[in-house]
Write a new protein. Structure first.
Length: 420
């Protein structure tokens, strides 16, 4: 059901035209839309669309600034990407007191053709219940709805990289426009780009080598069971804000120590790097040192690329901090252990015991529960579309606007029909 005209305040979005095009769609629906730009990159993707404010103050001054805008423009809703960015924490924490609804975008829980849109928070701050029985009940309520299959599109990495370059080139003006601005990323753009260039030059060699490693492990898995450890980005809020670890190096050491203590001497561990890693951390060197110290030589493999789905079909288990690879692992009926608390860390899906015991035989996920979980999560929080290509953005804008222009989100309606 459509609602009367609202006033949306858009905070920081992704480095692409997505927020600007979403603003156009919301205006076309009769709503007012305003924008806060925190740096020159934000401005580059917004200009010349409508009313905006350019914030030049410190993080300590930000709450008062936002409150003044909420009152001045009669803001009813605010939209942002990434609820743990420093420039967003004050907005998320204070909005409810002023009657402002918060809509948070994030990368999709299911990828690659979905993005996430939730009220108040995502990931560790998601409002999704952690009760497997609720997901079963909600899925039963949705049983008559057809399976939500996404429209597919092609999103080449070069397009995302191109938008990122535009964002950071514009950011060179921050010295004059926003001298106090501090990015949420601890790594500067030149260092990041240099890392990507060096890494991508080596990808052709790695692909052949890594495919051979996966083939061998799958072929030998009957006699030498193997486990998968997918790495995440050190800069990801999933690691910095939603886990017990400061970085992936700590997580790797923690897993390897347990593997050395309790895993069978015949078992293997496959560590795979994140596809968007910048190559700034010497994971092979660090892993080699730990492996030698723990007496695991010959039992640990490290790869940069590779077909994860193929590996998961033969793997005896997956250990993850809170990566979306965990979703793929559950889908492939592979025992999965989480070292943090992602939305899929539910009894019946993931291993709920100690890690030391996981190596002795982690239980397989409940396939029916996972299907219920997926159906509910997609219905309640996922938007078909993407952030970094024309077709993906068009889909995401159209489908997001439908949710934003209704009084109740799909999740809120579902929660009313299936209360906890």
């Amino acid at each position: 059901m459509a609602v009367e005209s609202r006033s949306f305040l858009m905070l920081q979005g992704v480095a692409s035209p997505f927020f600007a095009r979403l603003a156009d769609a919301l205006r076309a629906c009769g709503h007012k839309v305003y924008k806060v730009n925190y740096n020159a990159g934000d401005l580059a993707f917004w200009f010349p669309r409508g009313d905006h404010a350019h914030y030049r103050g410190t993080l300590e001054q930000l709450p008062a600034f936002l409150e003044s805008l909420w009152q001045k423009w009669g803001i009813t809703d605010q939209i942002l990407f990434g609820d743990r960015r420093p420039v967003h924490r004050a907005a998320v924490e204070s909005a409810e007191r002023f009657g402002v609804r918060t809509h948070v975008f994030e990368e999709g829980y299911f990828r690659p053709f979905w993005v996430t849109l939730e009220r108040e928070g995502v990931n560790g701050h998601s409002l999704l219940p952690r009760d497997p029985d609720w997901f079963r009940s909600a899925a039963t309520f949705l049983r008559d709805l057809p399976e939500e299959k996404p429209n597919r599109f092609r999103s080449a990495f070069r397009k995302r990289a191109g938008y990122d370059v535009i964002y950071h080139v514009a950011g060179m003006l921050n010295l004059f426009l926003n001298p106090r601005y501090q990015t949420h990323s601890p790594i500067t753009a030149p260092v990041e780009y240099a890392g990507y260039i060096a890494r991508f030059m080596r990808l052709p060699f790695w692909r052949k080598r890594d495919a051979q490693v996966i083939d061998r492990l799958c072929r030998e898995s009957a006699d030498h069971p193997f486990y998968l450890l997918p790495l995440q980005l050190n800069t990801d809020a999933q690691i910095r804000d939603h886990s017990r670890f400061d970085n992936m190096q700590q997580a790797i050491e923690y897993v390897l120590e347990s593997f050395a203590r309790k895993a069978s001497v015949f078992s293997r561990l496959l560590i795979k790097n994140h596809p968007l890693d910048m190559g700034l951390v010497d994971y092979p060197g660090q892993i080699d040192q730990i492996v030698k110290r723990l007496g695991l030589v010959g039992r640990v493999e490290y790869i940069e690329t590779g077909n994860l789905e193929k590996a998961l079909k033969s793997a005896s288990g997956t250990v993850t901090v809170n990566s979306t690879v965990g979703m793929v692992s559950l889908e492939k009926n592979c025992p999965t252990l989480c070292l943090s608390d992602p939305i899929y860390n539910l009894p019946g899906l993931t291993w709920q015991g100690e890690m030391d015991d996981f190596w002795q035989g982690g239980g397989q996920p409940d396939a029916a529960l996972f299907e219920a979980f997926r159906k509910v999560v997609v219905h309640a929080t996922q938007i078909n579309g993407g952030f970094y290509c024309f077709d993906g953005i068009s889909l995401a804008v159209e489908n997001s606007a439908k949710v934003l222009c209704t009084e109740k989100t799909p999740f809120e309606s579902l929660l009313e029909a299936c209360p906890l």
